[in-house]
Write a protein that binds this ligand. Structure first.
Ligand code: HMG
Ligand code: MG
Length: 303
């Protein structure tokens, strides 16, 4: 079942930089996106159109979107939790919008200030408007493998949200382990529920690496035939509403594993490491990525 080709979505500019205490200049965000596309990334989650009071780090959303020298064949996505966000994003021509719900009620309240059902009602017109403008609509389902407030989250709870997302016409379903507590069998159990309602090509995994399980979870998903994963350059990230959650699995680590498995991604690992080195220098710290750091050390040893 393991696919020959995998698509990686780099969510670092959004999921990564939304969690930084220091404000990163829009120009640096744009440069990071340019380095990611130069490395061969074909899907990049650029920013989010959310309340600047809730997430000030993303308040430069329009500036970042407008600053990108777009490449043909690259899909630029943005998060839009409501019509206000969608209307702000639309003039900037995203290729894909992301509505983000949760499998746990408690997380839905803390993250987007409403219940799961209310959130889906808010997403309904967003998805319809996106489609009316020829824009793809993806959903992220947070806390699919565990919640910082509720604790355990069952596959039934995941499936309930998948069904709601499907009913409002969402095209692609992203299953997210927001706090990185999932382990391979649990990841597979959640994915199985998504796959009851979406085809393989329209289900993806988004694994935070808080407990070091993300690569194992991705491998478990590969065994099911999944070929679409989010990852974050230099392992940046977390969620401001999931305290202690660290970044997504580093794109460099996922790529190193996929290269070793002989799976095509179209991404050049050395150029990816350049992107990781760039953003890490901007942030003044080392990448979290094991492979990224190993490759950087090798470069250092060679010079
Ligand atoms: P709310 O306060 O319930 O919204 O926030 P409201 O409609 O009552 O509006 C209140 C104020 O927010 C008003 O401003 C609105 O104009 C403004 P005021 O009159 O007070 O000055 N507002 C907005 N401003 C800009 N853009 C908007 C927008 N909407 C309202 N779109 C809302 C609801 C969803 C906006 C808020 O809760 C919010 O922004 N939350 C932030 C959520 C967030 O960004 N979380 C992190 C991303 S999700 C994530 O990281 C998980 C993921 O990676 C997957 C995983 O790992 O699980 C995707
Ligand atoms: Mg996330």
């Amino acid at each position: 079942m393991i696919p020959h080709q995998v698509t990686l979505v780099d969510v670092g500019p959004r999921d990564g930089l939304q969690n930084e205490k220091q404000q990163v200049d829009a120009a640096h965000k744009v440069e990071l996106i340019h380095l990611l596309q130069a490395a061969g990334l074909r899907e990049i989650e650029v920013t989010s159109f959310v309340s600047p009071k809730w997430v000030p780090q993303m308040s430069d959303n329009a500036q970042v979107m407008a600053g990108i020298a777009r490449r043909v064949g690259v899909r630029y996505s943005v998060l839009t939790p409501n019509m206000q966000g969608f209307e702000a994003a639309l003039p900037l021509k995203p290729d894909e919008i992301v509505v983000f719900g949760a499998a746990s009620e408690a997380f839905s309240q803390r993250n987007i200030n409403c219940s799961i059902e209310q959130s889906v009602e808010r997403f309904r017109p967003v998805v319809a408007a996106a489609h009316a403008h020829g824009i793809k609509a993806r959903a992220a389902i947070s806390c699919a493998l565990g919640c910082p407030y509720q604790g355990e989250v069952s596959p039934d709870e995941v499936e309930r949200v998948v069904v709601l997302m499907k009913a409002i016409g969402v095209d692609h379903c992203g299953v997210a382990d927001t706090i990185g507590v999932g382990t391979p069998k649990r990841a597979q159990a959640a994915m199985e529920r998504a796959l009851k309602h979406y085809p393989l090509a329209e289900v993806s995994g988004h694994f935070h690496d808080t407990y070091g399980q993300a690569l194992a979870n991705i491998y478990a998903c590969l065994e099911m035939g999944l070929s679409h994963f989010d990852a974050s350059i230099a392992g940046l990230g977390g969620c401001p509403y999931a305290k202690g959650a660290t970044g997504n699995v580093a794109t460099e680590d996922v790529l190193f594993m996929l290269n070793g498995l002989g799976i095509e991604t179209g991404i050049d690992i050395e150029r990816l490491v350049d992107a990781a080195a760039f953003i890490s220098e901007v942030l003044g710290r080392k990448p979290v990525s094991r492979s990224g750091n190993a490759l950087l050390a090798k470069r250092g040893a060679a010079t």
